[in-house]
Design a protein around this ligand. Structure first.
Ligand code: DX5
Ligand code: ZN
Length: 214
């Protein structure tokens, strides 16, 4: 699959509705929603109040990426707020299984995420229990960082595992994705590319999305 999920983190919050309408018009597949708590990551983004306009004005599925401690306390509220998928970090929890069950109980798709310093093999036991895995290609916390090249090997590894097990689990890549590296990432086995600054930081975001998709 070749999907693009622009990250709303880099949108202009003073003109959020216009930016969401641009996403609606564009070839973007999902809207990636980055939630940061200032504890799991050294930055705070936004929370539930912004889910309301995003749900109201964005026609694309909301792909929620929680960069928070204690995701078990909040996943159901994000589901109720209209998330299409909810993901949290494996390294933020002791046991992801009961939290995945909370999300599944709401009929919402699940995603497990790891930062670049977490061994990718730790995802393998969960590949048949989630709809998607997200490999961070920068350290979670900020938009506009440089893509970590070592991510390429991890993409190939996790793609091979998923194929070997005969699963349909999607592989999402998040951080430093741009029009120059998108094709290589898809070729390595990524299904979904998140892009913040490479979309909202350009003159022609719709064209940037088109370029990344082909
Ligand atoms: C980083 C977030 C990313 C971020 C990507 O913690 O998870 O989704 O918005 O931004 P860019 O594409 O600018 O690296
Ligand atoms: Zn993200």
């Amino acid at each position: 699959m070749k999907l693009i999920a622009p990250s709303v983190l880099s949108a202009d919050f003073g003109n959020l509705r216009q930016d969401l309408e641009m996403i609606n018009r564009s070839d973007a597949d999902w809207l990636h929603v980055d939630v940061m708590d200032g504890v799991f990551v050294p930055n705070i983004s936004f929370g539930f109040p912004l889910m309301v306009p995003m749900k109201k004005y964005c026609t694309k599925p909301l792909d929620v990426h929680l960069m928070i401690v204690h995701p078990e306390k909040y996943v159901e509220r994000f589901c109720d707020a209209g998330a299409w998928s909810v993901g949290f970090h494996l390294e933020a929890v002791e046991d992801p299984l009961p939290i995945l069950d909370l999300i599944k109980g709401k009929g919402v798709r699940t995603c497990l995420t790891i930062n670049p310093d977490i061994d990718v093999t730790r995802l393998v036991p969960y590949l048949d229990k989630v709809d998607m895995v997200l490999l961070m290609s920068v350290f979670a916390g900020f938009g506009g960082q440089k893509f970590i090249p070592e991510t390429m090997t991890k993409i190939r590894f996790i793609r091979e595992e998923i194929d070997r097990l005969g699963l349909g689990t999607l592989v999402e890549i998040d951080g430093g994705v741009n029009t120059a590296n998108a094709a290589e990432l898809f070729a390595a086995g990524a299904d979904v590319l998140v892009a913040g600054s490479a979309v909202f930081g350009t003159e022609d975001p719709e064209e940037a999305i088109r370029v990344m998709k082909r």
